[in-house]
Design a protein around this ligand. Sequence first.
Ligand code: B1M
Length: 234
Amino acid sequence: MAEEEDDLILSELPDDELVPQMGDDLYDGLKDEVAEGVQILLDRGWAPYRILTEALVSGMTVVGNDFRDGILFVPEVLQAANAMKAGMGLLKPLLAETGAPKMGKMVIGTVKGDIHDIGKNLVGMMMEGAGFDVVDLGINTDADEYIDALAREQADILGMSALLTTTMPYMKIVIDTMAEKGIRDDYIVLVGGAPLNEEFGKAIGADAYCRDAAVAVETAKSFVARRHNQMPAG
Ligand code: B1M
């Protein structure tokens, strides 16, 4: 049986077997195999976004559930995350190469105390793909880092990500600090991450909560368009 698995040739599997196999490989942290699967689907004409959602993000959901249920532990989840990153690495240039005109600039980071960066990276890639410039501050970002970067980069949008119920309140600290400095309304503030919801976004004074990367892109586009329409003519 093990021998049979060793002999598995990914490129010979039809799509409906390859995708679940990629989920298994992601689960097992096999980054070369995940990257190979991504390349095969690309060669078969799958759109990068479809590969991202149907082959990678779906696989990561299974990892998340088993992590929650105590079946997987941090080292295994890290390996799965690295495998996901290997696959995303191939998709990134493709998602970014739509040649869309520049829409605006976003500064994005995962909030202080939080080291989850896969979702944030995905949002950054999708935003780049949609024509936004993206400045990624990484993980564990404090209010001063966000605020300094917004000014330095002359950004239009602040994006904050949090994956922990214990770190999501930090988003309010950032927004409150911006308000104290009198700069809150100079920027569009978008927030996201698995434990958040729309109500939370409103409660902390963000402009919008974004359920996923695609929603982040659409929301950013509509806010930027609204801003341009409000600008005085001439
Ligand atoms: Co962690 N972890 N983790 N983890 N981890 C979660 C979040 C958890 C839900 C797992 C669980 O219990 N089921 C749980 C949080 C529970 C809670 O707070 N209620 C948890 C925990 C507890 C922890 C630790 C505390 C575990 C420990 O040490 N005991 C620890 C925290 C360390 C810290 O941050 N200080 C920890 C560590 C880790 C790893 C390092 C092992 C690894 C992170 C690796 C990395 O990111 N480089 C990890 C992972 C991978 C996860 C899960 C399994 C997957 C997260 C992920 O990447 N999802 C996660 C379980 C889960 O969420 N199902 C879990 C895929 C990603 C594409 O989705 O990030 O939701 P997501 O992003 C989406 C949207 O949310 C949205 O768009 C993205 C794309 O569609 N979005 C935005 C996200 N950010 C946005 C920003 C925007 C807009 C949209 O701005 C505009």
